[in-house]
Design a protein around this ligand. Structure first.
Ligand SMILES: Cc1cc2nc3c(=O)[nH]c(=O)nc-3n(C[C@H](O)[C@H](O)[C@H](O)COP(=O)(O)OP(=O)(O)OC[C@H]3O[C@@H](n4cnc5c(N)ncnc54)[C@H](O)[C@@H]3O)c2cc1C
Length: 378
């Protein structure tokens, strides 16, 4: 796909930044699982934490495709930084940007769109993962407050963000129509951060529990009406899936580039391994996969800005790109042989990082469910 001059500029700018500032830390934050605050500060200065939002709120003013390219380029060098950016933007900021009233926007957007404060999205619970409509967190109205009780788990940016959108049940009888979205802030009485997760991949990203114990959330922090939370989170996940597709694409691209370089350099039986048909086939398949994933992810990015229905296409893009990332990173290790298995070569990190893309924001099984339901009309 031929990109416009503006999109080419975005790619060039983000790639230069990523190579210079993000890549040098990727291995270290994977090893130490330390959150890359310094990088986040630099991303804030470049408006990379609010790329698709209006400049009047401190955003980058790009379209969705520009943001997709941004997440792809950051993830190409460090998926942990990529998911931090994607979760903040697509999951933390987007619901307030799209569903907030004027007062909520004035209060929250300047800080989170500019990236002065990080944001997150609390949907998943210990007993409500794929079935996020089965939320057990409750919000009981008491005067001007909701009293919130429950636990959200695996929340990206959980311990580093200051503003979250969460879902809670306000009317159990109404089932999914009884779910309400609330904006919560760190420091609200009764809200604390629980366990910080030690993960297989994207180790430099922050994943933590959010615990609510009789937490008082002002009614004015309700996003939309009571009962609209299910609709809000499904819509938010459509956009989020594009960003996970972009992240997967970046990881797969990195695997492809490393494989081509290695296949040209590594010699066995007196010639570069890239001369062997088996290696060529893996590289050809990988490149074709990456190109097809890119078309799907870019296409749905453009469709989102046109206001088209993207439910099926976002699921397809996320499903395909994430499975491409898994195949590409697996074969990249194979091409690197024993060296690919060693931490020093950074290929094994791509493999570990890729795995989250087939789980987060809906597993591959759930994406297939979304696609099939849409096609079958059931
Ligand atoms: C690193 C990380 C970061 C995350 N960040 C966030 C975040 O910021 N915010 C947030 O809210 N959540 C977040 N999540 C949660 C993530 O979205 C869930 O883990 C995911 O949706 C799966 O839920 P689960 O883990 O409970 O698995 P389960 O739903 O228990 O699934 C277990 C298995 O059963 C399968 N399965 C379940 N239902 C069906 C079905 N109907 N048909 C076929 N197969 C099915 C699944 O595909 C999976 O293979 C994060 C998770 C991780 C690991």
């Amino acid at each position: 796909m031929e990109l416009s001059g503006e999109h080419k500029m975005i790619r060039k700018m983000v790639r230069e930044f990523a190579e210079a500032e993000v890549k040098p830390l990727a291995s270290e934050i994977d090893e130490t699982a330390e959150f890359p605050w310094k990088t986040i500060e630099k991303m804030r200065e470049l408006r990379l934490l609010g790329m698709p939002f209006d400049e009047k709120w401190g955003g980058g003013g790009t379209d969705t495709l520009g943001y997709t390219i941004g997440v792809e380029e950051i993830s190409r060098v460090c998926a942990a930084t990529g998911i931090t950016m994607a979760a903040h933007t697509s999951l933390g900021v987007s619901p307030i940007y799209e569903f907030g009233n004027d007062k909520q926007k004035e209060k929250y957007l300047p800080d989170i769109v500019s990236g002065r404060k990080l944001a997150g999205f609390g949907l998943t619970e210990p007993n409500a993962g794929s079935d996020a409509g089965g939320t057990e967190t409750t919000a009981v109205r008491k005067g001007d407050y909701y009293i919130v009780n429950g636990t959200k788990c695996f929340i990206t940016n959980g311990s580093v963000a200051e503003t979250f959108v969460i879902t809670a049940m306000t009317d159990k009888q109404a089932r999914t129509k009884g779910i309400t979205a609330l904006i919560v802030e760190k420091g609200m009485p009764g809200f604390r951060i629980g366990k910080k997760e030690n993960k297989m991949g994207i180790r430099g990203s922050d994943t933590a529990e959010l615990i609510f114990e009789d937490c008082e959330v002002p009614v004015e922090n309700r996003l939309g009406e009571e009962g609209q939370g299910f609709k809000i989170f499904l819509h938010t996940l459509d956009g989020g899936r594009i960003s996970i597709g972009a992240m997967a694409l970046g990881i797969a691209q990195a695997a492809l580039e490393a494989s081509i370089k290695y296949a040209r350099e590594r010699k066995q039986f007196g010639r570069p391994i890239g001369k062997f048909g088996a290696i060529q086939a893996m590289i050809a398949d990988m490149a074709t996969d990456v190109e097809a994933a890119r078309l799907l992810v870019y296409d749905v990015s453009i469709a989102k800005d046109k206001g088209e229905d993207i439910i099926r296409r976002a699921a397809m893009a996320k499903l395909f790109a994430s499975e491409v990332a898994m195949r590409a990173t697996k074969n990249a290790i194979q091409i690197h042989g024993g060296y690919g298995y060693m931490k020093e070569y950074e290929i094994e990190r791509l493999y570990r990082d890729a795995k989250i893309t087939v789980i987060g924001e809906g597993t591959s099984e759930i994406q297939r469910l979304v696609i099939a339901r849409d096609l079958l009309g059931l």
